[in-house]
Every structure is written in C-alpha cells, then in structure tokens.
Write a protein that binds this ligand. Structure first.
Ligand code: CXF
Ligand code: ZN
Length: 368
C-alpha cells in the first residue's frame, strides 16, 4: 500500500479536493509511477463541471509524466527508474483497432470514464473506492497504471514537457497531420488556440501549410500563436471569413480544425463556412448535446467533410517517440506550451486561470 496526495472529484460542480489516498500494491500488469508533472487539460474541467459524465469519486488527471517506482510480476517493458509518459488512451496492441494502426481507438478506451477496469478501483480514501481518470489519475503524486498506459521517454526530456505528450500535443498535432491530412501549400484555419489548438498549428506548419490562420477571442492567445507557426490571426470566425477569402482568392481553407474548449452545435455551420469545396472540417474539441445546425445542401454539393477524432488519430507507441524526436531537433515547441506551473494544492486556481484564457497549458508539479 502506497500513500499519495491526490486531487479527487467527489461530485460534479464541486472543486477538486486535495487529500491523502491509498494505492493498492501493483498487480501483475501494473506499474507504480512516481508522478513528477501533470497537465491541466480542458477535459478534466468538463468532468468537474458536470458536462462529461464520469463515474465518481475519481482521481482526476490524464496527462502526466514521472519515474517508474515498482513493476508487477508480468511487466517486462518497464523497470524501476525508467522515465515514462502516460498515454491517456491505453494501447493493448492486440485489439482490432490497435492491430490496424488505430491505437487511439483501442478497445480498452471503453474504461476511461469508469476509471477502473474489471478488477475495480485500485485506490481509496475515507473508506471508499476511487476511480482513476483515463485509468491513470495523474492529479496525484503517485499513480498505479496498467503497462498499456505507459510509453518510455528519454531522461533528458523535462517532466512538464513530457506530460503534454500524453494528450494535448498529439491531439492537436494529429488533428492536422493525421485527421486533417494537411498537405504542402494548404490553407489551414485553427479555431481555438489553447493547449490543443497551438499544437494543431504546429502540426499544420510541419505538414507544409502555407497559411495557418488562428481564431481566438483571447488576445493573449492570438499574440502567442505566431510563435507556434500561425501566419495570421482573427478574433472571430466572422473575421476569419474575409481574411481567408483574401488569402485564398475565395477558395477558403483546405482544412479547418475546431479546438475550442467547449464545442456548441451552433458553431458547426460558421466553422464549415471557413472550409473550401472538398475541404475537411476536423472536430477535435469535445461537444455536448446533439443539436447541430448545418446547411445540408451546401455541405453535400460542395463535397465538404466533417471528421470527428480522438487523440488526433495518433498511435501513441509511434507518435509519442516521433514527437520527442521533433522536439529534440527543434522542430516542435514544447517549452513554450507550459505557461504556468502550480503545486497540486492550487489546482483549482490552475483551472480558473485556464478558463480566464491565461494559460496555453498549466502544469502541476508534484512534490514527494
Ligand atoms: C479526454 C476524453 C475522455 C477522458 C479524459 C480525456 N480526452 C482528451 O482530453
Ligand atoms: Zn486531454
């Protein structure tokens, strides 16, 4: 039994509660990780706010990096002392999806919001079992995770930067590279420039886009966007219509990527207006509800596409090492994404700052 400090959500609408928890001893396929850093992704806020249903109580956090402390008897790929990043979707490597190059759709993903697989909760506090978000629960200074949720990283990679490779960076980058399939010379528009959107910008530029237009209501995000490769910025989708029209002689964007924190059905029609004939609109931000207003005739006759995705269509076992190589060669910015660092006790302040548009990515640095 290991004692850890964790941010727990007991009830939707209540703040994260930082308290001591007990973690079970590792089972055969488990790894105990001493967490060093954890990213504050918008998806945890959706759960805290009650917009995304999850089994409660739950330890939050699905971006994280740390050092392996102890491994279960059947674990062969990880040893104590190894530096690791969590993948927010585990990869079993065997299911139909993993075995056909779609690890982001691994069947183990069905357990993410339940916070536990078949064996039930592995953590507890106040005599009650606790789930772990995404089966990892990185808002804790130790986590017990299945080996399928971990990817090794070099010791030279700083933990805060590494943590972002488990959700925000691949989700944004892959939205452009895998899902949008951005080509050299394309015009791309990214709507919402937070921890996901800035990485969509990076992916679009690395894929060779000529124009990358960033739309964000926050001037701080618009000011930061050129650092990640944006060529133009706009404060609203309406403003982006004329900007894109001028840039492309009326053709509009080959690829649009919607990465706002909370997608509303009413955003889809104006979003697709930014996209050209035969263009693709990539839906990455998480939406709720089912009302979508869309001009169906234009959608069909202009041969547009709307593509959902999770994790930017990435294969974590291949894409996380690739993103690390891009960072090491200076082609991918990670340092600049970490805009503020908090101790775990200030996690609610970290989310308040995110909602105020102050952060690209806030990161919790854990203490032991
Ligand atoms: C979410 C999806 C639901 C579980 C937590 C993570 N995705 C990305 O942020
Ligand atoms: Zn996330």
């Amino acid at each position: 039994m290991v004692k850890a400090q964790a941010a727990v959500l007991w009830e939707a609408g209540r703040p994260w509660s930082v308290e001591e928890i007990d973690l079970a001893a590792p089972g055969p396929h488990d790894v105990l990780v001493r967490n060093e850093a954890s990213g504050l992704c918008h998806s945890d806020h959706h759960i805290q706010a009650g917009d995304s249903p999850a089994a409660l109580p739950i330890i939050g956090g699905h971006e994280g990096a740390g050092v392996v402390e102890e491994v279960g008897s059947a674990v062969t790929d990880f040893a104590p002392g190894a530096h690791v990043v969590y993948s927010f979707i585990p990869s079993c490597g065997r299911c139909r999806w993993c075995s056909t190059g779609h690890q982001n759709l691994c069947d183990l993903g069905a357990f993410l919001m339940q916070g536990a697989m078949g064996e039930g909760p592995r953590a507890q506090t106040r005599g009650q079992g606790l789930g772990a978000l995404s089966l990892i629960g990185t808002f804790a200074n130790y986590s017990l995770a299945n080996e399928a949720s971990l990817v090794k990283v070099p010791e030279s990679l700083p933990f805060a930067q590494a943590a972002l490779l488990g959700c925000g960076v691949p989700t944004g980058w892959g939205s452009a590279v895998h899902v949008g399939q951005v080509k050299p010379g394309d015009a791309v528009v990214v709507v919402g420039a937070g921890g996901i959107g800035m990485n969509a910008v990076q992916g679009a530029r690395l894929a060779g886009a000529e124009h990358v237009v960033v739309v964000d209501t926050a001037s701080t995000k618009r000011d930061a966007a050129p650092l990640f490769g944006a060529t133009h910025t706009a404060a609203s989708m309406e403003e982006a219509v004329s900007l894109l029209s001028d840039l492309t002689r009326g053709v509009m964007a080959d690829v649009g990527i919607l990465t706002v924190g909370k997608v509303e059905g009413a955003m889809i029609a104006p979003f697709l207006e930014l996209v050209s004939k035969n263009g693709v609109g990539v839906l990455t931000g998480v939406g709720h509800g089912s009302d979508v207003a869309l001009d169906l005739k234009v959608f069909t006759l202009w041969q547009k596409q709307l593509r959902g995705n999770i994790y930017g269509g990435c294969n974590p076992w291949a894409d996380i090492p690739r993103l690390i190589r891009l960072y090491e060669s200076g082609l991918l910015k990670l340092d600049e994404l970490v805009s503020a660092v908090y101790p775990l006790e200030e996690i609610n302040q970290g989310y308040a700052d995110m909602l105020d548009g102050k952060n690209i990515r806030g990161v919790v640095e854990h203490r032991h």
